[in-house]
Design a protein. Structure first.
Length: 141
């Protein structure tokens, strides 16, 4: 979106502040529809009424997006110069370690979530549970 709007600032205001979306749109001179389209296209974090803190999953997602932005900035700088400086290389090393930690946190979070059954496995489980409930009802009825 190259329309002169600072979409990164709009996103920060949307994701990081309790400011109403209408006020954000007015402040940046955009329509609510344009804000909604940018939100969907950029996969911004959803807002929740009264949200005080981000969940671990949201925090990991935010950190991953931040990491992506930083790597892109370094790539642009290195592309313009033709070569990376030592501080750039060190920063990339640090960002890579951070990304590894974020991936490990994300994988640990996913492993903690209960697995949802679907398809034939779920149907078989439903059938067995229904049979057990029917037998329980017959023996206690």
């Amino acid at each position: 979106m190259s329309d002169g709007v600072d979409w990164a600032a709009v996103r920060r205001a949307y994701e990081d502040t309790p400011e109403p979306t209408r006020a954000i749109a007015e402040r940046y001179g955009i329509t609510l529809d344009a804000l909604a389209k940018a939100r969907r296209a950029g996969q911004w974090m959803p807002r929740r009424a009264g949200r005080q803190t981000a969940s671990r999953v949201q925090l990991i997602a935010r950190l991953m997006r931040l990491l992506d932005r930083q790597v892109s900035q370094i790539e642009e700088k290195m592309g313009a110069d033709g070569d990376g400086t030592l501080p750039d290389v060190r920063l990339l090393e640090t960002l890579t370690r951070t990304m590894d930690r974020l991936i490990a946190l994300d994988e640990a979070e996913r492993a903690r979530r209960p697995r949802r059954l679907s398809g034939p496995e779920a149907e078989e489980l439903r059938t067995r549970l229904a049979d057990r409930i029917m037998r329980f009802g017959q023996t206690n009825g």
